[in-house]
Design a protein around this ligand. Structure first.
Ligand code: NAP
Length: 293
């Protein structure tokens, strides 16, 4: 069997076109949707993430307020910047690139962003709204995975989804969304306390890996015909690549010969995350217009 490749790049470009049209419509009503992108320090991977987010915002006709702060920024200074952004009517979303330097308490920073501007959906109130199925932003990577399943008409209702990884940004919210009645999946969540990962992954109709370990998921851990979604982004040294590394997922690429659907890395979930972020920013801008009128 050779899997259908779930093309996140293609789907994300369609979504981004839709966001661009919504941004143009909002501009005509006098609102330029804007995301404040805050980066503390000079971590090269974080810098490359924020640059790609800022580029995507520009391409969708939205603004980014690029705030670059030195590594020595104190927690108090960062909290004060966030307070200003919370009060700034021209800023509709706020994103603080993770990780922040160790001397800053990331939880405090997350909790300082008002939920109306929390387009990452990391604030405890945003997470609570998501779990309780109240209105609010949906977390970008989990929502990106759901959009891919929907686009490829993958049945989820009644199926067994096994997720490896229980982080607050991927595994936990994804499990919460998949158990909603509208998806109706039965979900198993695996982590480092899981005794026999392969025992669980072999039962998955839909297997999602969000761990951050290259080749963690091998073909003998996957049921024939399973849907396999690889959230992992791992850098591996490659002297033949222009940047000196290449990006791999958590799933051994040969798994696609066993899967019915398969997401590539790069080009699968990664581009969907950015598309979902753009969608949340435009929604924040639209919410702002509704509040004013
Ligand atoms: P994280 O916070 O480090 O969480 C990793 C999770 O994997 C933890 O829950 C950990 O369990 C679990 N885990 C570690 N080793 C395991 C094993 N051998 N078996 C089962 N579970 C194991 O990572 P994250 O932020 O969720 O990111 C995970 C990966 O997804 C990374 O590669 C990251 O770069 C990528 N990512 C991609 C996107 C995207 O847009 N595609 C977005 C976000 C993240 P414990 O809880 O027990 O420690």
């Amino acid at each position: 069997m050779s899997a259908v490749i779930m093309d996140g790049k293609l789907l994300s470009s369609k979504i981004r076109e839709g966001v661009k049209a919504r941004a143009a419509a909002l501009k005509e009503k006098g609102i330029i949707p804007c995301l404040a992108v805050v980066l503390v320090g000079e971590d090269p991977a974080s810098l490359s993430y924020v640059k790609s987010k800022e580029k995507a915002l520009g391409e969708a006709g939205m603004e980014s307020r690029d705030i670059r702060l030195p590594q020595t920024t104190t927690e108090e200074q960062l909290l004060s910047i966030i307070a200003d952004l919370n009060n700034d009517d021209k800023v509709h979303g706020i994103l603080v690139q993770s990780p922040v330097p160790k001397h800053i308490n990331e939880e405090k920073i997350t909790a300082a962003i008002i939920p109306q501007k929390d387009v990452d959906c990391f604030h405890p109130v945003s997470v609570g709204n998501m779990v309780l199925e109240k209105p609010g932003f949906l977390p970008c990577t989990p929502n990106g995975v759901l959009m891919l399943l929907r686009e490829y008409n993958v049945p989820v209702n009644g199926r067994h989804v096994v997720i490896a990884g229980r982080s607050n940004i991927v595994g936990k919210p994804l499990a919460n969304l998949l158990i909603r009645k509208e998806y109706n999946a039965t979900v198993t969540l695996c982590h480092t306390g899981t005794k026999d990962l392969a025992y669980h992954t072999l039962q998955a109709d839909i297997l999602i890996s969000a761990v951050g370990k290259q080749n963690l998921i091998k073909p003998d851990m996957v049921k024939e015909g399973a849907v396999v979604i690889d959230v992992g982004i791992n850098r591996t040294a490659d002297s033949s690549a222009a940047k000196g590394y290449r990006v791999c997922g958590d799933v051994d690429p040969v798994v696609k010969d066993k899967a019915s659907f398969f997401t590539p890395v790069p080009g699968g979930v990664g581009p969907m995350t950015i598309a979902m972020l753009l969608q949340n920013v435009i929604e924040a801008g639209e919410n702002c217009f509704k509040e004013r009128n």
